[in-house]
Structures are given as structure tokens and as C-alpha cells.
Design a protein. Structure first.
Length: 407
């Protein structure tokens, strides 16, 4: 039965203990994040905000040219050419131009933060799908090792049966164990294909090796986790975008309040009547008389400004919750991984005792195969715990902008 029990030692070889980054190349990640459609769209919206700000700086008013030409017929005097022309332009009252500039600047700040947050979300998606692939590959390695060892054990038991040193029942039990291991391997290999397909679909520019890198061990100090937690709120673009939007809405409210007094228009008018017998030039002036409509628009803008301030507070709550949840999850996932390592060591020690007991004839094959399955499950649990811990730590690093998003 020595071939069966070598499975535990082989598992130890396929489960790396040394910490590795296990992440794609930094320069490549930067490029695929830049090319992600959500980031491209956010950058386009930023350019739109800059153009909008340029328009606000220039103001909404333009020079208006108007005129008319008539041919007048008089019974006594005959026919006369008459015309008039007028050039007018509205001017923003004091304070309005400053508020328009502020609205544009805050709009650029909000769009810039939203573009960075889109990059942040793309990075989280990349991390999530990357570790789906690595975790599935790590599980498949464990399952391949199990299949290889069960195949060796079945061959050994079959030889013993031919030598009349094992019963046919032992062969059947070994075949059942091998079938279960092969089913698990088929499932894990399907998981690899699915994870890889999703990764390639969302990030086609990311070159993937034929085999996934080894899943690294989550070695990180609690002090470093706390530092990353503090950086999540400090570097949050979600809060920055909400703050900029609140300022923009406040400036819009002030602008609409000032706009209750409409901008005046001033111009020059020239005219010629009676075929040039009467000509003239003068200044023209007009101003709309605001009423309930402008007052209602100002009230709407003030309410939206209050809503934007509340959204800023909500954004801060959400980011603080994310930071706290990231820290808690990274801590307990790492602790769970350490416990899973202890469980592997205990299962391997128990398996050695079962092997010795089987060789001495003190236990039967059923108990030994049960021990083999428990070792297999222990390594699978360790692999899953390692993947979830690395996933949580990487999310905390991305949310804190310590990975891929350095400003």
C-alpha cells in the first residue's frame, strides 16, 4: 500500500509554501486597464466635461444680428427702399461668470474622479477573475495528484489480488476511489476552462500562459493590513467624485439663484426709411422679466444641491464600510488559511498511522481509503482557503491604491 500513501507527500510538493506574487506583469496590467471599455468610456466623459467647462467659461450668450428690408409704395411719393439692422449681445451680470467657471471646474474634478474609479472597478474585476483562474488551477493540481496516486494504488492492489494477498472487494474499493477522484478532476478542469474563458473575454489584451501561475501563500503582517485599511478612505475616488459633484451642484444652485435676475441685452440699431430720406442709429436694451419659472428652477437646483451633499456623506459611509470589510475579511481569511495548514499537517500525520496500521493488518482498506480521501479534502480546503485569502488581500491592496492604481 505504499503507492497510496505517497499521495500526501506529493500534495506537499504541489502546494507551495513560499510566498509569491502570482500576479500578471504590472506594465501589461496598466495597458489592459487603459483599454478596458469602461475606462475608455469614462475618459471620454472626462473630455466631455472639459469641453463643457470651456463652454461655461465663454458663457451662453452670443452676438445676435437681425435686420429687415422692405419695399414701400406710396401713392404720392412713389416707391421707397427701407431697411434696418441690429446687433445685440446679452451680458452676464456680476458673479455669474465666476459661478460658471466653478461649475465647469467641479464638473472636470467629478469626471476625473469617476474615470479613476472606473479604472479601480476594472482592476477589481481583473483581480477577481485572475484568482478564479489561479484557484481553479490549484484545485486541479491537487485533483491530478489524487488521480495519479489512486491509479498507482489500484495497480498495486490488483497485483496483490493476483498474488492472493488482497480480496476482490479491495480492488472494487480502489476503483471507486479512483472514479471519484477522476470526477473531481473533470470538474476542476472545467472550472479552469470557464475561468480562463471569462478572463480572456473581459481582458483580451492580457496574455495568459498555458499554465496558470502557482497560487501564492498569503503572507502579510497585520500592521500592513491596518495601513492599507487607512489608505482605502484616503485614496478613494468615489468620495472625491461625490465631493466634486456636491460642489458643482452647490455652484449650480447659486447660479440659478442669481439667474432669477435675467441677463440684459445691449445692442446697436441702424435704419433707413423713405429711400434714405430718414436715417438713424441708436442703442437698444432689453431684459427678460423673471417670474415663477425662474424661481421654481432655483428651488429645484437648491434641492439637488442638498441631495448631492447627502450623497457625499453616503459615499463616505460606503467607502469606510468597504475599508472595514476588506480588513476584516483579509484577517479572517488569512487566519483560516493558517488553520487549514494545521489541518493538512494533522491529516498527513493521521494518514501515516493508518498506513502503518494497514501494513500490520490492524485496519482494513476501507479505513485507509477514508484517510486518503480526508487528506485529499484537507489539501483542497487549504487550496481554497489560500485562494480566498489572496483574493481578499489583493482586493484590499487595490482598494487602497497600493496595487495597479498608484496615483
Amino acid at each position: 500500500m505504499r503507492p497510496i500513501t505517497t499521495m500526501a507527500a506529493t500534495f506537499l510538493l504541489v502546494s507551495p509554501l513560499a510566498a509569491e506574487t502570482g500576479l500578471p506583469d504590472e506594465a501589461t496590467v496598466q495597458q489592459v486597464l487603459d483599454d478596458h471599455p469602461s475606462v475608455v468610456a469614462a475618459r471620454a466623459r472626462l473630455e466631455a466635461a472639459r469641453s463643457r467647462a470651456a463652454g461655461l467659461r465663454r458663457g451662453p450668450h452670443e452676438v445676435t444680428l437681425s435686420g429687415s428690408y422692405t419695399r414701400r409704395s406710396v401713392d404720392i411719393g412713389g416707391e421707397f427702399d427701407e431697411y434696418d439692422a441690429q446687433v445685440t449681445r446679452a451680458f452676464r451680470l456680476p458673479g455669474k461668470a465666476r459661478l460658471d467657471r466653478e461649475i465647469g471646474e467641479h464638473g472636470i474634478a467629478a469626471a476625473s474622479n469617476l474615470a479613476e474609479d472606473a479604472r479601480h472597478q476594472a482592476a477589481l474585476l481583473l483581480s477577481e477573475q485572475w484568482f478564479d483562474w489561479l484557484s481553479a488551477s490549484a484545485r486541479a493540481k491537487v485533483d491530478r495528484t489524487a488521480v495519479a496516486n489512486y491509479e498507482k494504488s489500484l495497480a498495486a492492489i490488483t497485483r496483490r489480488m493476483h498474488l492472493r494477498d488482497a480480496a476482490r472487494l479491495d480492488v472494487d474499493l480502489a476503483c471507486a476511489a479512483l472514479a471519484g477522484a477522476r470526477m473531481a478532476l473533470d470538474r476542476s478542469e472545467g472550472g479552469i476552462a470557464l475561468a480562463r474563458a471569462r478572463l480572456e473575454a473581459h481582458f483580451p489584451g492580457l496574455p495568459l500562459p498555458i499554465e496558470a501561475p502557482d497560487l501564492p501563500s498569503p503572507e502579510i503582517s497585520d500592521t500592513r493590513l491596518s495601513q492599507l485599511h487607512d489608505l482605502v478612505v484616503l485614496n478613494s475616488h468615489e468620495i472625491g467624485a461625490a465631493r466634486a459633484e456636491a460642489k458643482r451642484r452647490a455652484s449650480i444652485a447659486d447660479r440659478m439663484d442669481k439667474d432669477r435676475l435675467a441677463d440684459p441685452s445691449v445692442g446697436v440699431r441702424v435704419f433707413s426709411e423713405s429711400g434714405g430720406a430718414e436715417t438713424g442709429a441708436g442703442l437698444v436694451f432689453s431684459i427678460p422679466l423673471g417670474g415663477g419659472h425662474r424661481r421654481a428652477l432655483a428651488g429645484e437646483a437648491a434641492a439637488l444641491a442638498s441631495a448631492a451633499r447627502a450623497q457625499e456623506g453616503l459615499a463616505r459611509y460606503n467607502v469606510e464600510e468597504t475599508a472595514d470589510a476588506d480588513l476584516v475579511e483579509a484577517r479572517y481569511r488569512t487566519a483560516a488559511w493558517r488553520r487549514s495548514r494545521e489541518a493538512v499537517e494533522a491529516q498527513v500525520a493521521a494518514l501515516r498511522k493508518l498506513r502503518k496500521g494497514y501494513e500490520l493488518g490492524e485496519i482494513d482498506l476501507t479505513d485507509l481509503l477514508l484517510g486518503e480521501r480526508m487528506v485529499h479534502h484537507a489539501f483542497l480546503s487549504e487550496t481554497e482557503a489560500r485562494g480566498e485569502a489572496m483574493r481578499a488581500i489583493t482586493k484590499l491592496r487595490i482598494d487602497s491604491h497600493a496595487l495597479w492604481l498608484a496615483d
